[in-house]
Write a protein that binds this ligand. Sequence first.
Ligand code: KG4
Ligand code: ZN
Length: 349
Amino acid sequence: MSYFEKIKNLPLAKEPIIMGIETSCDETAVAIIKNGREVLADEIISSATEHARFGGVVPEIASRTHTTAILTATERALKSANMNLSDIDAFAVTEGAGLLGALLVGVSFAKSLAFSTGKPLVPVSHIRGHIAASYIADKNLKPPFITILASGGHTAIVAVDDYYNLKVLGSTIDDAVGEAFDKVARVLGLSYPGGPNVERLAKEGSNTVILPKMLKHYDGGEYDFSYSGLKTAVINYVHTAESKGLTVNRADVANSFQHAAVDVLVEKALKAAKERGYDTIAVSGGVGANGYLRETLKNATLNKGIKLVLPEKRYCTDNGAMIGAEGYLQYLKRNFADLTLNAKAVVPL
Ligand code: KG4
Ligand code: ZN
């Protein structure tokens, strides 16, 4: 019997233990999750410092470091959960979206584990993974809820109507918010990854630089975003001041940018919750780790009858646990792949 014929008829485990493998960008992440919510192990080996001197992720370096790190991350995860490979019921892996060469390392590795143990291979969408991190954060969270999806590649308000049915209510019409953070970091002379560095600098400044209010004159979707104009305004502000020989208060620029970038996310999420009748707002993606976003959301939802789900910062940025959490949901649906599974640069939500 071929691998896949065997897998197709394999009974599901009662309390599934899923290994989640994530290699879409610069984090080699492997986690072990029980019942989709309980993190038994969670290992991350980041190559961010290797990319820092280039000012952004170098795909070739990312792929190579995944190749050297993936076995170590897996062994660490098994050791920390006190388990053997035979204890794992399924291997969930990010199939996309992301850097193809980087994804291929995780996909190939997960295939070999699934094949050698005779367990299912579960392909997972990176974005659905980010959203599923909320199930780890709040063990009682059940759809329906709204999530602010804010990462380096995506910015959207997503309605999670049930575990499998996700609807984009609005999204960015150009740059993603994380991308804007990274580009603003660059013009302010901060190193990669830009988001956390902009946040740090913003703490030393105040919201005094006037930046454009985004999408003021846009007639498109009411929950849509645009970050390209804001990013350009910050770049122009800094360059114009420099060309006039003026000193730029970088901390004030960082603070003002952070206000403009984050406030609109909070406003639109609240508007969507109110207008569409959702009583829970969650946060997902790397920008969800931003302290100002988290504080603003806490204040905005306080005493409003809205429940807020804020995953720990390590579950906002890329990690293996979120892939295990979404992998669990796909496992229950028997969404198993055969060994021809390939990496995808883009996957529909
Ligand atoms: O979700 P993620 O780890 O990877 C993608 O799927 O893109 O998100 C990475 C993005 C980067 O743009 C990074 O600068 C941003 O999230 N980010 C932050 C913070 N931490 C990470 N942005 C603002 N504040 C942070 N603390
Ligand atoms: Zn991500």
